[in-house]
Design a protein around this ligand. Structure first.
Ligand SMILES: [Fe+2]
Length: 321
């Protein structure tokens, strides 16, 4: 029996949130009526004073907070960084975060940090290594931990399984939670030509505590997960597909660059809320997620949009070859 699934039952439902970004901080603070909670990047606040600390204190007064780290480097063969964990724990205690998260990737090698979320060889050795490290992290921090599925632009040599199988095996063996990034699933499905719905059906969605929704852009060869554009319709549809099946404890928008008028960001937060509320009604009414005919219609619509975007990717690859 999974301890984590028991833990998840006791976690609060935070509602609909936004990633805290310095550029948007003042407008975010004024929008408590439309944003329920915030996610912050712990590396921007750990052990820091001055303006960072002031910002942290003002958001802590108004919003529930969780952290989403980038430097835990859980998939690295480097050992865990005790100093990093100590500072992270201190921050998590200060904000009293109900959970915290990082990425299923590696960001360091031989103690050198590469400032990028790098994909792992999807093999048994990696699963065993990560599961053991996740258990140690949870033991030190003493709060529920989630791993996020990353966007990746290459399949690392030595892989023995697909990304969905790898993700599923890691989080089940580690007995941790899932931070499901819907945009990453969609972007990966375009870049690596798989069905995003099948991907979702292959992973233990019941472990989802938090969900990310974001935008992306068409690069010269790949679709790039930029968090710098509006969320596309197929991503909202995938979100609906997930929320009609499971209860997440928090869904949020990631917008990290190319900032539009803040009202556009708030409108996207509202859209996520509408989908979340509509999905809750479907679950409460005991309606099977999507009747067969609605699902067919939904899939047709999705595949039309998805096919168009995939065709553009392939066209761009041909031009740049
Ligand atoms: Fe994400």
């Amino acid at each position: 029996m999974s301890n984590f699934l028991d833990t998840k039952k006791r976690l609060p439902n935070l509602g609909i949130g936004l990633g805290l970004r310095r550029e948007l901080a003042s407008q975010t603070l004024e929008s408590k009526n439309r944003i329920d909670w915030l996610e912050l990047v712990p590396e921007n606040y750990m052990g820091l004073g001055g303006a960072c600390r002031e910002r942290l204190e003002s958001v802590r007064e108004k919003f529930p907070l969780v952290t989403h780290g980038i430097n835990l480097s859980i998939g690295s063969t480097d050992d865990l960084n005790d100093e990093y964990l100590r500072k992270l724990k201190e921050l998590l205690n200060f904000i009293d975060a109900p959970w915290f998260s990082d990425h299923l990737c590696f960001t360091s090698c031989d103690g050198i940090y590469m400032h990028d979320l790098l994909p792992l060889p999807r093999c048994r050795e990696a699963i065993d290594l990560i599961a053991e490290k996740v258990k140690r992290v949870q033991g030190v921090i003493e709060r529920p931990f989630l791993l996020e599925n990353i966007s990746y632009y290459m399949n690392v040599p030595g892989s023995q399984m697909n990304d969905a199988q790898f993700l599923a095996e890691v989080i089940e063996k580690a007995d941790c939670g899932l931070l499901l990034d819907i945009n990453n699933v969609y972007v990966n499905s375009l870049n690596h030509s798989f069905d995003p719905y099948q991907y979702l059906d292959q992973i233990p969605l019941e472990r989802t505590v938090q969900i990310h929704v974001a935008g992306h852009k068409q690069g010269s060869q790949y679709v790039i997960d930029t968090h710098g554009a509006a969320v596309v319709e197929p991503v909202f549809e995938l979100l609906q597909y997930v929320l009609e099946r499971i209860d997440a404890n928090g869904v949020m928008l990631e917008r990290d660059q190319n900032f539009p008028d803040f009202n556009e960001i708030l409108d996207e937060v509202d859209r996520i809320r509408q989908i979340s509320e509509a999905s809750a009604k479907v679950k409460q009414a005991g309606i099977a997620p999507k009747t067969a005919s609605a699902l067919r219609q939904f899939e047709r619509k999705q595949s039309t949009v998805g096919r168009k975007e995939l065709a553009e990717v392939k066209h761009a690859r041909v031009l740049s070859a």
